[in-house]
Design a protein around this ligand. Structure first.
Ligand code: PAF
Length: 295
């Protein structure tokens, strides 16, 4: 089977990182939880533009799942992931056991305040604490010059940028644009769980984003009016339940003013129930767009 070299221990990864750095080579890290798709491959491509070595971590991080069922159901296919990583020129895969990153008796967490209170932080308590803790561990293990994350997880990018600045990690965080299916659905490892009806209705997210963007282009600036349009669009999908639809400042993630005066992040999280015949699972999808009122 085609596979990049696999490293499973922090110690070996650090030694390799020191070797690359001593030889003057730049390292880019692409952290993933596996279940790779074209979105991850776009992160690899972006990473390649910034470094001589592209390393990928594949680790389903237990501490960022606030629902144990979600963790158990997370799709895992390492052989397929390794083949895809090799095909896309990944130079090394870090694939540790949970015990390697969370040793017996581990008591240390990294927590970013404020930015994690709203949006996914509000609906998934503890999620970002798990993300920032594991990303810290991955950065300390791989010692990369840059790390690449998908902008579909806009809040995650903002939180990680804050953490890296606050703790002086000395790594550049690159956000890569969301990759979409031809019909507009943002790629996600969770999409495989959508039954056929929910898959069709999942386009409600991108339709909601499009509707808001079109309204802004026509001159609408009212926050509540824009959100009402988005909610109406999503409301046309009977299997959809809105978790949040919010307009926020793209940097601070504070709520946007009642009248938009500058760029605003439209962030959506929507749960889709299985279809009436029970096809598929309950799936929570997120998507976002920065709306930029002209002038
Ligand atoms: O975005 C993800 O896949 C995860 O949150 C990350 C950054 C790999 C941390 O586990």
């Amino acid at each position: 089977m085609l596979s990049p070299p696999i490293v499973t221990t922090v110690r070996e990864l650090q030694a390799r990182a020191d070797g690359e750095r001593a030889a003057g080579r730049r390292i880019a890290l692409v952290p993933t939880m596996g279940a790779l798709h074209a979105g991850h491959m776009s992160l690899v491509k972006a990473a390649r533009e910034h470094a001589d070595r592209v390393w990928m971590s594949i680790f389903v991080n237990p501490t960022q799942f606030n629902d144990a069922k979600d963790f158990d159901a997370y799709p895992v296919d390492l052989a397929r992931d390794l083949a895809l990583a090799a095909e896309h020129g990944v130079d090394l895969v870090f694939n540790p056991e949970a015990r390697e990153l969370y040793p017996e008796g581990a008591k240390t967490w990294v927590d970013v305040e404020g930015l994690t209170d709203a949006l996914c932080g509000a609906s998934r308590p503890g999620h970002f604490r798990g993300v920032t803790t594991v990303v810290s561990k991955l950065l300390l293990a791989a010692r990369p010059h840059v790390a690449v994350f998908g902008e579909k997880d806009f809040q995650q990018c903002a939180v990680i940028r804050r953490m890296v600045a606050d703790l002086g990690f000395g790594v550049e965080i690159i956000g890569a644009p969301t990759v979409r299916e031809p019909d507009g659905l943002a790629l996600s490892s969770r999409n495989v769980h959508l039954g056929p009806e929910a898959r069709a209705q999942a386009l409600a997210l991108v339709r909601g984003l499009d509707a808001a963007e079109a309204a802004v282009a026509r001159g609408e600036r009212g926050r509540d009016a824009l959100l009402a349009r988005v909610e109406a669009e999503i409301g046309r999908a009977p299997l959809a339940e809105i978790d949040y639809a919010e307009l926020r400042d793209p940097d601070s993630l504070e709520p946007a003013p009642a009248q938009l005066a500058g760029p605003a992040l439209l962030a959506l999280a929507v749960e889709f129930r299985p279809g009436p015949g029970g096809q598929g699972k309950r799936v929570r999808l997120i998507d976002n767009r920065v709306l930029a009122p002209a002038g």
